[in-house]
Design a binder for this molecule. Structure first.
Ligand code: ZN
Length: 147
């Protein structure tokens, strides 16, 4: 009887230990945060996006001049790597910001594609509108990036 009691208490100890160790990961699971290391990485990944935001304004004078060739060169050259840069940047973010950056990226590339089509059709009004919308969404995206 005393052996059974010892065994029983041993089982209880084991079960308790097991429960505590199983419960621990959940208790220890804290919400992910932007550590200084992650923020430093984000800053590096955001740099080409900020540079593209600066360069895309060159489209304004090209649009005014109806310089469709140089507009095309700008959008496919310096701005052409924006899609990849935004993907890398998005991947470095936490889920909430990542989702918003992905949504705005889709918006931006929709406008850039329509800008491209308008440029090919030599449609100034539509091209100017798509340019403005792309910049608006790009600014909104940069506002989402933690610093
Ligand atoms: Zn938009």
């Amino acid at each position: 009887m005393s052996i059974l009691r010892s065994l029983l208490s041993l089982v209880l100890v084991l079960v308790t230990t097991l429960l505590v160790s199983c419960g621990n990961p959940d208790v220890a699971k804290v919400a992910p945060t932007y550590t200084p290391e992650r923020l430093a990485q984000i800053e590096i990944l955001a740099a080409p996006v900020v540079a593209a935001r600066d360069r895309i304004t060159e489209a304004e004078s090209l649009l005014s001049a109806r310089d469709w060739t140089d507009l095309d060169n700008l959008m496919h050259g310096p701005i052409g790597s924006l899609r990849r840069d935004l993907r890398y940047l998005g991947e470095a973010l936490l889920p909430k910001e990542q989702k918003e950056v992905q949504r705005l990226s889709q918006e931006i590339f929709g406008h850039i594609e329509r800008l491209d089509a308008a440029s090919k059709a030599r449609s100034y009004d539509n091209a100017a509108l798509q340019y403005q919308e792309a910049v608006k969404d790009l600014d909104a995206l940069l506002n989402v990036i933690p610093s």
